[in-house]
Design a protein around this ligand. Sequence first.
Ligand code: ADP
Length: 496
Amino acid sequence: STDSLGVAPILTKLQKDCATPLPVLRHVADAMADDMRAGLAVDGGSDLKMILSYVDTLPTGNEKGLFYALDLGGTNFRVLRVQLGGKEERVVATEFEQVSIPPELMFATSEELFDFIASALGKFAQKEGGNFELQQGRTREIGFTFSFPVKQTSIRTGILIKWTKGFAVSGTAGKDVVACLNEAMERRGMDMQVSALVNDTVGTLAGARYWDDDAMVAVILGTGTNACYVERVDAIPKLTKRMSKSPITIVNTEWGAFSNGLPLTEFDREMDAESINPGEQASIIDSKCENFFSSYTWYHTVSSWSFLLSYFLMKIFEKTISGMYLGEIVRRVLVKMAKVGGLFGGSYVPEKLVTPFVLRTPDICAMQQDTSRDLEAVESVLYDVAGVKSDLSARKTVVEICDTIAKRGGRLAGAGIVGILQKMEEDSKGLIFGKRTVVAMDGGLYEHYPQYRGYLQEAVTELLGSEISKNVVIEHSKDGSGIGAALLAAANSKYE
Ligand code: ADP
């Protein structure tokens, strides 16, 4: 149209601001490696927390017997049992169930919540039969994946720092969550005990290692993102009290907080500009925000948007690469293009499109899969989500925007992975790049977004070069973390 700027200059600027040429990727990888080292030197030494997981025994494949896993990270929890048959038979059988937590329990007392979980676990255990058999004289051992902030002090103890994601359970903060669960099971006279408290990324690495001795790194790319890897104990200056004789331990990087040298756009920065409390402490905002995010009404609470937006720049890496945000960034670009670029004709901005987070990452993924000549799937997503009728040229532009944002995300995630590998290689020459190394991937974004996956791999290959990258295998580890937790219970069994 004649009275607007047109979409071309806005698209060109976006592509320029999101560009991740090799020097940018190299800078990100180097900075990731440096930040990791700083976080290992001293607590609080870097954006990356580099949390010690206390997991220093990974599954070997020789594990035998019946083990349980419990995964609590949101409004559902999963229980699982696995019968392990050793090197030859491997996984003889598995069964799992998903249980939803009644909303009122999210505001209950610690005892009430853990009694509910113990009871569900007990009912599940009672259905054991068929191929499942507990060795004589043993209690059932559980690997407990608990995705809330805890200060772990051993493989079997973790003090809850705070509930997040909408949970407001009283009386747990400051307590050991393993003891809370064990006591609840004892109260019910159950023959079960927690043997390992596990972060979900660490569970993924354990699950991958069970099948493949070369698994050294695990990365989750879902709503959020995180990564962990196998570290040499000698390379962790802040580890002063050694808990075991093992020369290695798993370190949870919490890499979502990385922020060094990332290519950002006005759309990322806009979020910061809308912040009402730019100076507020990260931890306070973090806890408020997580509660806020997962409450059912958050997207109606328009007055809280500015608060919400203030949160984002604190986890810049997560914001540019993970599933929570990719759709939202695209939405912001679309609003600007509609307003000043005439994307949908004149300066028409579809009313629905103005609501933050209405465009989700699965939507932009679906639009990118459209191979039809008229881009019919793009048309229907735009109609369903934004209530807008689009012409073919607008649809083509929308696909380009999705591709630009997915490309930046995938390539930066790839650079982050290379940063971890580089850090491992620099400290133990030849142990990573001189042999086959597996990076285990999990999470809905990685699993369902082929273009994103492709860009991630492309960046890794560009950075490492074709020779070394032949040795680096990036592969999807399907439901690694569920079985992984049970495997860590086995690897850390109190009977071994
Ligand atoms: P979690 O919420 O624990 O990270 P998942 O690993 O299943 O759970 O990841 C879910 C996230 O994956 C969603 O929030 C979304 O961002 C992303 N996702 C899910 N499906 C798709 C899809 N089809 N295309 C792109 N991203 C997807």
